[in-house]
Design a protein around this ligand. Structure first.
Ligand SMILES: C[S@@+](CC[C@H](N)C(=O)[O-])C[C@H]1O[C@@H](n2cnc3c(N)ncnc32)[C@H](O)[C@@H]1O
Length: 462
């Protein structure tokens, strides 16, 4: 099964079209709506003008939501959409539910993306063929508009969770997710159990997932200039693969995760590799880390879970734990600033099903601003989105190969949720909707020896 996914280094884009997005979105019109709606209400109802601020408070969020819902219905695509197959909806899917068939059965109908995926998970829709192929043609059959389910999720779950991020909330969300079962994750991550982007060294040949992850581990230890004897901390270490890799290179590695099964797995792998005496995997919240100092700190796609609200405090904590001549490597999944509506719809799906509470996924400038404010100097930053697409493409292929085993143990719903996540994320990372930033930084102190970076700034050496 899924042999066709083994052919390409990166999934090819058969219909690279642009959707509607921020090109015509006007912040000033949005602000005007938020200010004008309460004024109109006050005048129409005949309330005293002094009540305007209270009415404005009550109507701000609904006005914001209404403006956005209206805009996504009227926004034109950023470029004219040429080259799509122009096929009717039933070329791509079959409705198993009569209400859905009645609503979207006409040849020219398009289905809101959230209605599609929720009903696909419930088996009220089946797709015809491979889900990745069907999603590649999504602009033919889907509408990227807010549906009621997404508005309600955004207002009742996403906003309150983003504004809270207590230890309890993080523990519940993160543990529930990562402790689902190691076999669930192994079914797509493969034996290395690395749940972050790998790195291709070439687009000419098809590197395996394992080769790409090995490249990534080596890239990180090179970027931080890891040396034998270094005290290394990997915050959000997953199944401990980077910590064990660091220990194999002679470092004393501490890993940190909130998930019990990940910690146990990591210690098992350290023992297998004969480096258990140099690896310590802690299972606790990052806010409870003992106050120790480290020469090198890495944080590979964990900071998203910290959330926007607590991000600066988190970075100050990292700075406190880092030696003055230490290096901090942070890899974070981010989003593009010039967004399209499908980016938003994909992001809300991810927040609901895949990484709940991981709201610190932003455009690059926000991460840079946060790091600089916390007293870091950025040494380098690279955008690895296309590497992520290639990685997720391989995860998708693995997932399909393990379909029957996953369905037997976890059921069709979980299989389909992850199938959709992996297929769509292959596309989303390839086209730049979401990406991953690989950032190397250090304390911005006068005494830091910046000369150490010169040998790796290869572009000046021809
Ligand atoms: C996407 S995984 C990345 C795993 C790993 N860095 C890798 O490359 O495979 C995110 C990790 O962050 C950890 N994490 C999330 N929130 C955390 C918190 N509040 N405290 C400690 N670890 C946390 C999770 O337990 C998980 O191991």
């Amino acid at each position: 099964m899924a042999s066709k996914h083994d052919i390409h280094p990166v999934a090819p884009a058969p219909f690279p079209v642009e959707g509607p997005g921020n090109a015509f979105f006007s912040n000033s019109r949005l602000a005007l709506t938020i200010l004008a709606v309460p004024l109109v209400l006050v005048v129409l109802v005949g309330l005293p003008l002094s009540l305007y601020p209270f009415v404005a408070l009550l109507t701000a969020l609904p006005s914001f939501a209404a403006y956005n819902v209206w805009y996504c219905h009227v926004a034109p695509p950023i470029r004219p959409q040429k080259g799509l197959p122009g096929a009717p909806l039933d070329t791509y899917m079959e409705f198993k539910d009569k209400d859905l068939a009645a609503a979207y059965g006409q040849p020219t109908a398009k289905i809101p993306i959230e209605i599609f995926f929720e009903n696909y998970f419930e088996q009220k829709i089946d797709v015809k063929g491979d889900l990745l192929d069907v999603l590649e043609a999504r602009h033919d059959w889907a509408r990227f508009v807010w549906s009621w389910g997404q508005v309600s999720f955004f207002l009742t779950q996403w906003i309150p969770e983003t504004l809270w991020h207590s230890k309890k909330q993080d523990e519940d969300q993160v543990r529930e997710h990562y402790d689902r079962g190691d076999d669930f994750y192994e079914a797509f991550l493969g034996p290395m159990m690395v749940y972050t982007s790998g790195v291709m060294t070439t687009t000419d040949s098809r590197e395996t997932l394992e080769e790409m992850q090995q490249n990534k581990l080596n890239m990180i230890t090179k970027k931080i200039n890891l040396k034998p004897g270094d005290r290394m901390l990997d915050i959000g270490c997953g199944w401990g693969t980077l910590a064990v890799h660091g220990a194999k290179q002679g470092a004393n590695a501490t890993g940190l995760t909130l998930a019990k099964k990940q910690a146990a797995w990591g210690m098992g792998k350290a023992a297998e590799a004969g480096v258990a005496d140099r690896v310590n995997i802690l299972c606790m919240d990052y806010r409870d880390l003992p106050k120790e100092k480290f020469d090198k700190i890495t944080c590979v796609e964990m900071a998203e879970h910290v959330g926007v609200l607590r991000f600066q405090t988190f970075l100050l904590q990292v700075r406190e734990m880092l030696e003055d001549d230490g290096v901090f490597y942070i890899q974070v999944a981010g989003l593009r600033r010039s967004w399209q509506y499908e980016d938003l719809m994909w992001g809300l799906f991810m927040a609901k099903y895949i990484f709940p509470g991981a709201d610190a996924s932003t455009p690059l400038n926000w991460f840079i601003e946060q790091l600089e404010r916390a007293g870091f100097e950025i040494q380098s930053t690279e955008t690895l989105g296309v590497h992520y697409s290639a990685t997720i493409y391989r995860w998708y292929s693995n997932w399909l190969k393990n379909k029957d085993t996953i369905i037997d143990k976890y059921g069709v719903r979980w299989f389909r949720i992850w199938e959709y996540f992996l297929a769509y994320s292959t596309i989303v990372a390839r086209q730049g909707s979401a990406t991953v930033f690989s950032i190397v930084c250090h304390k911005n102190l006068n005494s830091f020896t910046r000369q150490q970076w010169v040998p790796r700034q290869k572009w000046v050496q021809g």
